[in-house]
Structures are given as structure tokens and as C-alpha cells.
Design a protein around this ligand. Structure first.
Ligand code: ZN
Length: 189
């Protein structure tokens, strides 16, 4: 697919006309071009293959839970094309392989940088780690603020949406699940 910047520029010019603006006025004349450039960055997640990211793994006897907390992310609500952003936490219990922490952060980015729904992004991150690392289990928790909730509609700035996805042992064992939830809660203090 790839980004068609010319098309984005044309669409933004139309959008400006549509909202009653003059796209030729000084402050707006370069806006379509700037927005097009911006989009090629904020939806760049399509260019990355999550499986490739997780290819580098280390063989480790480690069988205990690994938790990465509060990885910041920025995404785009696909219903309104307004940002939603917040922090992602990922926990997994390895089964022979561990993966670098930066790879987990990049996986979050892959699924954040595209038009998204928070619920789907949470599942995609969990499923992709499950298939890429094949751990005993994965837990992903996203806490985010949605500008489409803050600026319009129900106008509730400051409220956050929390979504979670549990796979493997986190799904099957209530004890493991409450262990990770306790670990992730500690951080909020
Ligand atoms: Zn929205």
C-alpha cells in the first residue's frame, strides 16, 4: 500500500475548504504538505513486520515473569482520526526464549501507529507476542486517554480507558493473573 502524500494533500485542502477555511491564506498554504508528511510518520506501523521485530531472541532458562511497565504510545482512533495515547504494560512468562525489552516496545509501536481501536490494539500486541515469542503466557494492559472523548461528544477530559488481553497461563490461571495485576497496579501510586 504505502502512503500517497499527494492524495493526502488534496484531501486536506478539501477538508479546509469544507470547514469554511481558505487554504490559500498564509498560515494554511503549507498545511496540506505538512499534514501529509505527518501522516507518513504517525501511521508508519504498517511498514513494520512484528514477526521480524521479534526474531532476535535469547535462549535463557528464565521461567519467571518479565514485566515492562508504562511504555508510552500514541495512536489514532479510527472512528474520529483523533489521537488516543497513554501507556502500555506487557508481562510475559518465557518458555525457553526471552526477547529484548526494546522489541516489546517496538511491537507496541507497530500496532499503535495506524488507525486503531484500543481494544483491538491490546489484542494484537498480545497475539503477536504469543506467536512471535511462544511464551507460557502474555498479559497486555493499555491505559489511554482519547481526544475524541475529551474534545467532543461526551467531553470527559482526564478520564482513561483501560483494556487488557490475557493469553496462555494468564488466561487459564487466576493466580498468575492476579499476580500480574498486582504488579501493574503498584506502579500507579
Ligand atoms: Zn474516537
Amino acid at each position: 500500500m504505502g502512503i500517497d502524500t499527494e492524495r493526502i494533500e488534496g484531501a486536506i485542502r478539501e477538508l479546509l475548504i469544507g470547514i469554511g477555511e481558505n487554504p490559500e491564506r498564509e498560515g494554511l498554504v503549507d498545511t496540506p504538505q505538512r499534514v501529509a508528511r505527518m501522516y507518513s510518520e504517525i501511521v508508519s506501523g504498517f511498514d513494520l513486520d512484528p514477526n521480524e521485530i521479534m526474531q532476535t531472541q535469547f535462549n535463557e532458562g528464565h521461567q519467571e515473569m518479565v514485566v515492562v511497565r508504562d511504555v508510552p504510545f500514541y495512536s489514532l482512533c479510527e472512528h474520529h482520526l483523533l489521537p488516543f495515547f497513554g501507556k502500555a504494560s506487557v508481562a510475559y512468562i518465557p518458555q525457553g526464549h526471552v526477547v529484548g525489552i526494546s522489541k516489546l516496545a517496538r511491537t507496541i509501536d507497530v500496532f499503535a501507529k495506524r488507525p486503531q481501536l484500543q481494544e483491538r490494539m491490546t489484542s494484537q500486541v498480545a497475539d503477536s507476542i504469543m506467536s512471535g515469542v511462544k511464551p507460557q503466557g502474555v498479559a497486555v494492559i493499555l491505559r489511554a486517554e482519547h481526544l475524541c472523548m475529551a474534545m467532543r461528544g461526551i467531553r470527559k477530559p482526564g478520564s482513561s480507558i483501560i483494556t487488557s488481553a490475557m493469553r496462555g497461563v494468564f488466561e487459564s490461571s487466576a493466580r498468575t493473573r492476579s499476580e500480574v495485576l498486582a504488579l501493574l497496579r503498584e506502579e500507579q501510586g
